[in-house]
Design a protein around this ligand. Sequence first.
Ligand SMILES: [Zn+2]
Length: 336
Amino acid sequence: MLKKDSNIFEKINKYLTKKGHEMCLSIYLKDYNSNNIYIRFDYVSKLSVYKIVWVDLNFLDEKHLEDYISMQMVTKFLSLKIVEKMTEKEYENSYSYNDEIIGDRVEILSYFQNIHEYIFDRFLPLELDFLIDPLAMIFSYLPRSMEVFLNEIFAKFDHQEDKYNYLKPIKFDLFKDDLNKLFDYNLRQAGEKDFQNDKVSFLEKIDNRYVAIVDGKTVSLVIIELIDDEHILMWCNCKCDTYCKHICSVIKAIRNKKFNNFYKVSYTGQEKSLLDKVTVGNFYLCFGVDGDKILLITSQGTIFPAHIMHKNKCVFEVIEDDDDCSLSKYLKELSE
Ligand SMILES: [Zn+2]
C-alpha cells in the first residue's frame, strides 16, 4: 500500500502543469497486483499534441520527479480517436466496489467536458465498455510489461475472471461457507471422494497457513493461507488453473479436523545454499522419501526432492517423526 498517496498526485500535477500539460484523463492502478501505477492522457497546448504520461509510484523519488515520470507523444490519429470516444456521450459516474477483492482498484478520472469518475475493482464492468478502446489505445503507448494489467482489467469481456481470481485472496469462510461458491458439482464430488479415501495424507497448520499433501497419480501440494479474518488465498501445484478437487478435499479435511503432521527434518550437511530457500525456521517440512531423496516443501510452496546422502553420510536429522518412527528408520537403513 502506498503511504504518500494524496499529495504525490498534487506534486506530479504541479510538475506537469509547469511543463504545459492539461490533464484530460487519468488512470490510477492502485495496489493492483501490488503495483501502483499512475497514467495520464494530457494535452500540451503549446505543441498542440497529446501525450501519455506514466509513473510507477512504487519506485518514485519525489525529489527527482523528472527522472521518474515517463512520457510519450501520441499520434494525431489515435489522440482524436481517444477524444472522440470519451466525448461521444456523457457517461455517468460509476463506482463498482467489490468487497471480495483486496487491492486491485482502478480509478479513472475523465476531465473531458465535466469531470467524471469510473472506479472499479480488478475488472472493468461490462457497462463501462466505452472505456475499452481508450484504455487499449493508451496502453499501447505504455511499456509491454503493463499489458498484463490490461488483459486482467478486460477479463470480464473474455470470460477469464476465474483465471485471474485464482491465486488472489478471496472472501471465503474456510469453516462455514458453501463449497458451491467455489467448486462445481463434479469437482465437489471428486474432492469428497479423495477426502473419503484418505487421499489427504498430510495436513498441518503452520502459522497462518494450512499445508497439505493430496495423493493421486501425482502428488499435489495445497496451501491455504489466512490473509485476514475474511480472506484466504488458496493454491495447488497441480496443472489446473483454477480451484481444483485437491483444494476441495483439503477444505473437507480441515473442516473434519483430519490433521496429520508433516515430518520435520533439519539439514546437517555443509553445503547449505541449495537448501536455504526451503527453510521454515530451523526445520524443513517433509512428506516422505523417494528412493535416495527426501521430499521437502519449500516456503514458496513447491516440492523439493533433496539427496539424503552426501559423500556416504546422511545429511538430514529427523526432528519430528510419525508414531512408528518410519522416517528415522528409513534414514538409518540408508546410512548403513
Ligand atoms: Zn490441484
